[in-house]
Design a protein around this ligand. Structure first.
Ligand SMILES: Nc1ncnc2c1ncn2[C@@H]1O[C@H](COP(=O)(O)OP(=O)(O)OP(=O)(O)O)[C@@H](O)[C@H]1O
Length: 478
C-alpha cells in the first residue's frame, strides 16, 4: 500500500479539492509545481493534480490548455481551482509515462541486445504525434518554449501528448494575451467544453477573426497551407504585434546580455540566469524573455539573448528531440549556456551573416565570441547509421536561421512518413509501464538533467582565455 502523502502540502488542506479528489501520491515536481496522482471521487477517474506555485506559470498553462482543448496530442485539462493568494491547482488527465522514458527503455533494449533502439515504423509514429501536437500549438500561435522529451507525456495506449505549458506564450496582439484578471474556477463541461460564460477565463480569449479564416485556430482540422502562406499569416500576426510594441526592450532580459566587463571580477557568468529562470523579462507589450526552455533544447537565438523570437524556437527543440529519438542520445547536452553554444558550433559551424543573415543584431552577438570552427562535423556525424531522410528531417529543423526551419505542418507532408516501413499503429509502440527510475525522492528519475543545473560550470572546458573587449568579453578555448 502507498504510504500516505505528506500532509504539509497546502493541497491537502483545501476543502474544495479534497471534497472531490482523493490524493494518492506525489508523482513529480517541477520548477513551479508539484504534481499528484489522484482519484476523482464521483467516478474513480485517475487524474493528475498539478499544484502550481507561480501565478504566471499557472495562468499560461490554463490559458494554453483551454485554447488547445480537444487536441488529441495535447494533455487534457479537466478542471482547475483558482483562488487569490493560493496556488492554482490544475486537474488534468493522468499520463503515466513520457518520451524520455521511451528513449531510456529503447536504449536499455539496445544495450541488452533485445532488438535495438526504436524501430523505424515506431519512430515515425512517435514523430507524427509530436508534429501533430506542435502543429496545433503553432496554428493557434502558441509557442510552447519548453519542448523536451520529459514534457511529452505518453498514455498507456501510446498516445503522446504535449504537456507543461507553464512557459507557453500566445504570440498574438498585445493586450490579447491575458487581461490580468484572475481566472475563475472552471470545470469542464463535456457537452460544451469551452462555452461557460459569466466569469473571465483564459478560454474567453477568442482568436483574431482576420486569422481564424486562414485555417482554424481551434481543434484538429489539418488545413493544407503552403509554407509561404503559413509564414505569411505568422508574419502578419508578428508584425501586427510589433507595430503595437512601442517598448520592446531587446537585451534587457537575456541570459548572457548582462555579462559586462564589470561582472567579470569573480565569475564572468555569475549574472547568467539559470535555465529555470523566472520570466520577469516577459511583458505584456510583447518583449519576451530569452531565459526559457531547457538548455539542451534551447534555440541559438535564445542563447544569444533574443527577446523577439517566434514559434521557430520550438522547431529547434523539435529537431533536437527528433535527433535524440534517432540516436537515443541528446544532440547537444551542454553543461552551461556557453558550452551549449560551443557544442552547437562544433556541429553547425560558426554563426555569421552567411549562416544566419541578421545574426549580428542578436543582443549578445558581440558580447561573446568563439574561436573559428575550421571543420564543423555536421549533423551527419551526430546521426551515424541513420538514413538520408532522417538526417534531412533533422537538418530542416536544426539550422541557425529561424526562418529556414521547416514548420510542423511541412514535415507532416514529408515523403519519409509515407514510405515503407510505414508508421506503426499505436498498439505496436513500446510504451514503458512507468517513468523510469522514478521514486518519491527523485521525481525526475534517470532523466532529470541534473547536469544542467549550473550555468557557470567551466570545468568541462579545459583551458580558456578570457579577454576584455569594449562590449563585454571574449572567450577562446585553445
Ligand atoms: N498530466 C500528468 N500526468 C502524469 N504526470 C504528470 C502530468 N503532468 C505533469 N506530470 C509530471 O509531474 C512532474 C512535473 O510536471 P511539469 O513538468 O508539468 O511541471 P513544471 O513545474 O512545469 O516542470 P519543469 O520544471 O519541467 O518546467 C513531471 O515529472 C511530469 O512528468
Amino acid at each position: 500500500m502507498d504510504p500516505p502523502p505528506p500532509k504539509s502540502w497546502s493541497i491537502h488542506t483545501r476543502p474544495e479539492i479534497i471534497q472531490k479528489y482523493e490524493i494518492l501520491e506525489r508523482v513529480g515536481s517541477g520548477a513551479y509545481s508539484d504534481v499528484y496522482r489522484a482519484r476523482r471521487l464521483s467516478d474513480n477517474l485517475i487524474v493528475a493534480l498539478k499544484e502550481v506555485h507561480d501565478y504566471q506559470s499557472a495562468f499560461r498553462e490554463i490559458e494554453a490548455l483551454q485554447i488547445l482543448h480537444n487536441s488529441p496530442n495535447v494533455v487534457v485539462l479537466h478542471e482547475y481551482f483558482w483562488r487569490e493568494d493560493e496556488d492554482a491547482v490544475l486537474v488534468m488527465e493522468f499520463l503515466k509515462t513520457d518520451l524520455a522514458s521511451v528513449i531510456k527503455e529503447a536504449k536499455k533494449r539496445e544495450g541488452g541486445g533485445g532488438g535495438g533502439g526504436i524501430g523505424v515504423g515506431e519512430l515515425k509514429r512517435w514523430i507524427l504525434q509530436i508534429l501533430s501536437g506542435v502543429d496545433v500549438c503553432h496554428r493557434n500561435m502558441i509557442v510552447h518554449r519548453d519542448l523536451k522529451p520529459s514534457n511529452l507525456l505518453v498514455s498507456d495506449e501510446g498516445v503522446l501528448k504535449l504537456a507543461d505549458f507553464g512557459q507557453a506564450r500566445i504570440l498574438l496582439e498585445s493586450g490579447y494575451v491575458a487581461s490580468g484578471e484572475n481566472p475563475q474556477p472552471y470545470e469542464e463541461d463535456p457537452g460544451e467544453p469551452l462555452s461557460q460564460a459569466d466569469a473571465f477565463r483564459p478560454s474567453d480569449i477568442t482568436p483574431d477573426t482576420d486569422t481564424s479564416s486562414q485555417g482554424g485556430f481551434r481543434g484538429q482540422e489539418h488545413v493544407t497551407m503552403s509554407k509561404e502562406e503559413y509564414f505569411k499569416v505568422l508574419d502578419e500576426l508578428k508584425s501586427k504585434n510589433l507595430d503595437k510594441d512601442t517598448n520592446v526592450q531587446d537585451g534587457d532580459t537575456s541570459c548572457l546580455a548582462t555579462c559586462t566587463t564589470s561582472d567579470r571580477e569573480d565569475d564572468p557568468f555569475k549574472s547568467s540566469c539559470s535555465f529555470e529562470a523566472e520570466e520577469a523579462g516577459d511583458n505584456r507589450e510583447g518583449s519576451l524573455t530569452s531565459c526559457v526552455g531547457t538548455r539542451w533544447y534551447r534555440a541559438p537565438e535564445l542563447l544569444y539573448g533574443s527577446t523577439s523570437y517566434g514559434l521557430e524556437i520550438d522547431l529547434w527543440s523539435l529537431g533536437c528531440i527528433l535527433a535524440e529519438l534517432c540516436t537515443l542520445q541528446p544532440l547537444f547536452p551542454g553543461t552551461s549556456d556557453i558550452d551549449q553554444l560551443s557544442r552547437i558550433m562544433s556541429v553547425l559551424g560558426n554563426l555569421n551573416e552567411e549562416t544566419w543573415p541578421g545574426c549580428v543584431k542578436l543582443p549578445d552577438y558581440r558580447t561573446i565570441s568563439f574561436n573559428k570552427v575550421e571543420n564543423p562535423i555536421g549533423l551527419e556525424a551526430c546521426l551515424l547509421n541513420r538514413t538520408a531522410e532522417e538526417i534531412s528531417l533533422v537538418k530542416k529543423l536544426v539550422c541557425y536561421d529561424p526562418s529556414r526551419r521547416a514548420t510542423a505542418m511541412e514535415l507532416f507532408n514529408e515523403k519519409y512518413f509515407k514510405e515503407e516501413p510505414l508508421p506503426v499503429p499505436l498498439s505496436e509502440l513500446h510504451v514503458p509501464s512507468s517513468k523510469n527510475g522514478q521514486d518519491e525522492d527523485s521525481p525526475g528519475g534517470w532523466y532529470d538533467y541534473d547536469e544542467m543545473d549550473s550555468d557557470s560550470d567551466f570545468e568541462d572546458f579545459g583551458p580558456m582565455n578570457v579577454t576584455t573587449t569594449s562590449t563585454g568579453f571574449s572567450i577562446e578555448f585553445p
